[in-house]
Design a binder for this molecule. Structure first.
Ligand SMILES: C[S@@+](CC[C@H](N)C(=O)[O-])C[C@H]1O[C@@H](n2cnc3c(N)ncnc32)[C@H](O)[C@@H]1O
Length: 243
């Protein structure tokens, strides 16, 4: 199984950026699922006065979901791939949404934050040092701030593992091969198998120091394959005192 990491992964996303939106449109529910996960952050009201981070924003599908969930929140969207960011920037955005080329690891040292909430959609499975990035995210969140992770993370059942492999070999990798991105879509398949199962990822979030950690399933064929993970930095009351 060949996993892509760091520069190799960024280059693969750059190359795939031209067809990324078309390929994800083939996945029924891609955008609806992102919106459901963004709404699970339960940002108050229309998000006015809040600062939200979209980590690994890609071509902006997750950023759009955040914007729909909290239309007046200030959104900072970051990604390592210039190609993916170019696609995002080509779309219309209100002035309170901005895009930066930064790795997840660099966001804190770049002086960004603090944030009231962080959204990471299909990002964490791709990072080289997961515990380090989760620690960075915690440090970026205000006390009481919330994290939502939308990710392919298997339930742990052999059925879901087999279904994921069947969908990848039957649909996703052939479609990716046609667009010249076979290595990236093989990475997608392999990285999900290598990533934490949903129970293991919730444990990891708790070990990192997050509170109120839970996993909610994604609907449709991805039930048992993708989840929204929710967590808080400290207690909700800490957030209220800090604001
Ligand atoms: C599968 S795409 C998801 C994009 C978007 N969040 C969405 O939901 O459509 C993953 C994105 O994460 C970015 N990425 C991977 N590793 C990263 C890292 N360490 N820091 C920042 N972005 C990263 C990739 O460049 C890619 O655009």
């Amino acid at each position: 199984m060949t996993l892509l990491r760091d520069q190799d992964l960024a280059r693969a996303f750059d190359h795939a950026s031209h067809t990324y939106d078309r390929l994800t449109a083939l996945n029924p529910g891609y955008r609806t699922d992102l919106l459901r996960s963004a709404r699970r952050l339960r940002l108050p009201g229309d998000g006015a006065g809040l600062h939200v981070l979209d980590l690994g924003c890609g071509t902006g599908a997750s950023t759009r979901a955040l914007l729909r969930a909290a239309p007046r929140a200030r959104i900072t969207a970051v990604d390592v791939s210039p190609g993916m960011l170019r696609r995002a920037l080509a779309k219309p955005w209100p002035a309170h949404v901005r895009f930066l080329r930064l790795t997840a690891e660099e966001v804190a040292t770049a002086g960004e934050g603090p944030f009231d909430a962080v959204f990471g959609a299909y990002l964490f499975r791709n990072v080289t040092d997961l515990d380090r990035v989760l620690a960075v995210v915690r440090a970026l969140l205000r006390p009481g701030g919330r994290l939502a992770v939308h990710e392919y993370s298997l339930s742990g059942s052999a059925v879901h593992r087999a279904l994921w492999t069947a969908v990848c070999h039957g649909v996703i990798i052939p479609a990716g091969t046609l667009s010249g991105d076979r290595a990236l879509y093989r990475h997608l398949w392999a990285s999900v198998l290598a990533f934490d199962t949903a129970p293991a990822f919730t444990d990891r979030l708790t070990r990192t120091g997050f509170t109120e950690v839970c996993a909610a399933p994604v609907a449709g064929w991805q039930t048992g394959i993708a989840h929204t993970f929710l967590a808080r930095n400290g207690s909700a009351a800490a957030g209220e005192h800090a604001r």
